[in-house]
Ligand binder design. Structure first.
Ligand code: MLT
Length: 258
């Protein structure tokens, strides 16, 4: 049977599902694909509408992305996974927690938030969707890149991220922008969860400020908060070693449950 989503996978052990942000694809995780397979069965898919995945409906909610990921886990014969989502990937991870908690072993929520959009943010999402459809994605990528990574990020990382964003398809970008606008507040959900949760942020993230990570940490009793100094929105690309350490610490808690 064909896979519901394109993916790369490597390694064995605890399944670790890496969920990219917006407007990204699975190549976001290329540093982790080179390192974490020594410790886990690492799986990095393209979400619907991104990378090589099929076209989405007009609006692609976080719950629909979560359902696609469950179909992928089914396809791979994986019952439960640690889900590590960055930014939009973190919204999808929280939709999995809401809708399919039985498929989770733990969560790594990176540069993301649990709060819903206010009306101004929702308007901004719609403007992004219309712009993507009318003008293409290159201009959106150019506009986002300085906010995506902290000043001083290695030029080759900046270039790779810019190219990754610019090659996404307008209909995929529009559908997920509209879907992000429909997000629910997940703070209560986090506070009710008993899963191991690690929250990763950078103190130079201007897209999703550290205060959002602190709010998630306060809600998710027993969660671990890792703040990486000097790092912006793409902590896994800007500080891969510190990022990997935080993920490995969570994996160790899964391997040796207390
Ligand atoms: C992302 O990186 O996925 C986006 O910045 C998330 C968002 O726009 O809320």
């Amino acid at each position: 049977m064909a896979s519901p989503l394109p993916f790369v996978a490597s390694g064995s052990g605890v399944p670790l599902l890496l969920v990219h942000g917006f407007p990204h694809d699975k190549s976001l995780w290329s540093p982790q694909m080179r390192t974490l397979y020594h410790h886990a069965h690492v799986i990095a898919p393209d979400l619907r509408g991104f990378g090589g995945a099929s076209s989405p409906p007009t609006v692609m909610t976080m719950e629909q992305h979560a359902a696609d990921l469950v179909a992928l886990l089914d396809h791979l014969g994986v019952e439960r996974a640690v889900v590590c989502g960055l930014s939009m990937g973190g919204y999808v991870a929280q939709a999995l927690l809401a809708e399919h908690p039985d498929r989770l072993l733990g969560l790594v929520l990176c540069n993301t938030k649990a709060t819903a959009d206010d009306p101004a943010a929702r308007d901004g999402r719609e403007a992004t969707a219309v712009r993507a459809l009318n003008e293409g994605v290159a201009g959106i990528a150019e506009g986002m890149i300085t906010k995506m990574v902290a000043p001083g990020t290695a030029p080759e990382v900046v270039q790779e991220v810019l190219e990754m964003m610019a090659r996404q398809r307008p209909e995929g970008v529009a559908a997920s922008a509209r879907g992000m606008a429909l997000r629910h507040d997940r703070l209560e959900l986090l506070s009710a969860s008993t899963l191991p949760i690690t929250i990763i942020t950078g103190d130079a993230d201007v897209l999703i400020p550290m205060s959002e990570s602190a709010a998630m940490h306060r809600a998710a009793t027993g969660s671990t908060l890792v703040t990486i100094p000097g790092v912006g929105h793409l902590s896994n690309r800007e500080a891969p070693e510190a990022f990997d350490r935080a993920v490995l610490e969570l994996l160790a808690r899964i391997d040796r449950p207390s």
